[in-house]
Write a protein that binds this ligand. Sequence first.
Ligand code: ZN
Ligand code: FE
Length: 249
Amino acid sequence: MSRIAVHRIPVLQDNYSYLIEDTQEKTCVVVDPAEAGPVNAAIEQLGLKPVMLWNTHHHADHIDGNPGVLDRAGSIPVYGSAGDRGRIPQLTHFLQAGDGLEFGGDMVRVLEVPGHTRSHVAYYLPSGHLFSGDLLFGYSCGKVFEGSMEDMYRSVAQVAQLPDETLIYCGHEYTLNNRCFAETVEPDNPDHKTRAASETAPPTVPLQLGQEKKTNPFLRWHVPAVQAFTGKTEPAEVFGELRRRKDNF
Ligand code: ZN
Ligand code: FE
């Protein structure tokens, strides 16, 4: 039985920070505190003791609440990508692919998922939770700012191998804005109708990996209709072409 409960905290315009609660110990991990106020309020309201802070990447809308959370929580360890040394001032622990952390009875697996930024990590809890920052969004993926299309393709493909039941806790509520592009790529995909009927208003997060694999074009580089839309067949090229078209959509 998993001891994990996840609390989603809306912050800024459309960001999510998260608290991962160990329901047995009443401790929590703070994930990507974009702003400290709402995160500290949630910690207090739930009566939790923060024991770790996890950052996915260095962007301000994922780390600006670090100092304010640490002010209240004391000197708890702060984890992030080894590549973000110097870019996230509060980091105390520098992660690489395959590093393991333990929380709430889960052996957490660290995935390196560069592309949106050149260093970006995701945290996978085998009880079925993935904290993925700006890697994947509903129907889409993060913009490729610092890495290459090839990096981003490999990062997304890595996550696609997790179990379909995996719940994806992403950094932004973008799902409904992204739907139109996905439907344009695959107008005849029947799973689009099913999803649109059942998902009509935010919040849409956590996403479910199995559902994304059926409807998110950025996980469907192997599907003939998606290949036809892009005019490419090689997976990384299909992916890159989708990303470029979405940027200009
Ligand atoms: Zn970002
Ligand atoms: Fe972001």
